[in-house]
Design a protein around this ligand. Sequence first.
Ligand code: 13P
Length: 254
Amino acid sequence: MRKPLIAGNWKMNTKLEEAKSLVRAMVTELDNIAGVEKVLCPPFISLAAVKELIKGTSVELGAQNMYFEDKGAYTGETSPLMLIELCDYVILGHSERRQYFFEKDEVINKKVKKAFESGLKPILCVGESPEENESGKTEQIITGQVTADLTGISPTSQLVIAYEPIWAIGTGEAATGKQANATISLIRSILANLWNKETAEVVRILYGGSVTSSNIAEFIVEADIDGALVGGASLKANEFVSIVSQTANLKSTR
Ligand code: 13P
């Protein structure tokens, strides 16, 4: 049985004090919810402070990106060796990195490989654009991304994939539960082909894109959806707690 996972991607939001206040406002309630993995992904600059505030709780920490080298002359980049001191997870290949920072599958593949080598669990994001969706290319795009991003990587249950259709991110127009489940089961079958059926059955695959406390249930009740990668709604303590607690009620592994 796959343990549900809800991750909050704070993106480029919250100054240090705001990040600390947000964690303080929800850490106890989150800690008290069993049967769901809870991961906060604040900006790099707040990782250490958030780590202190979640110490001793069941809440985990993730970064939003990393570079694929350990150290050296890479101005402005963050190394997996730095992250492993603080984080369990790292979001890789987010569509905003692909779109605004021109990250290609080849680079994302290097990052995924490096994350595993370093002991970090990647949350690999894939998703099609509105145009690709409208022209019926979703399956082709997702197959291409998953295959390229996982090239040369051995089967592992430690991978998390987030299916985030670009047309649903930050638009308030989430996919339907059925739509998301169809693409997520496609991803599971791609994994079964690429790796093997056993591993494909244990890898968690999340949905992301305009998830809120009002629509989380629609996703969580679907068989192949193992949780959510939440953007905007993860910046509101009561929203995020509600998303996690509804997930626990509907799908906990307790
Ligand atoms: P929103 O929940 O704000 O649509 O963002 C989704 C996302 O990109 C999470 O990584």
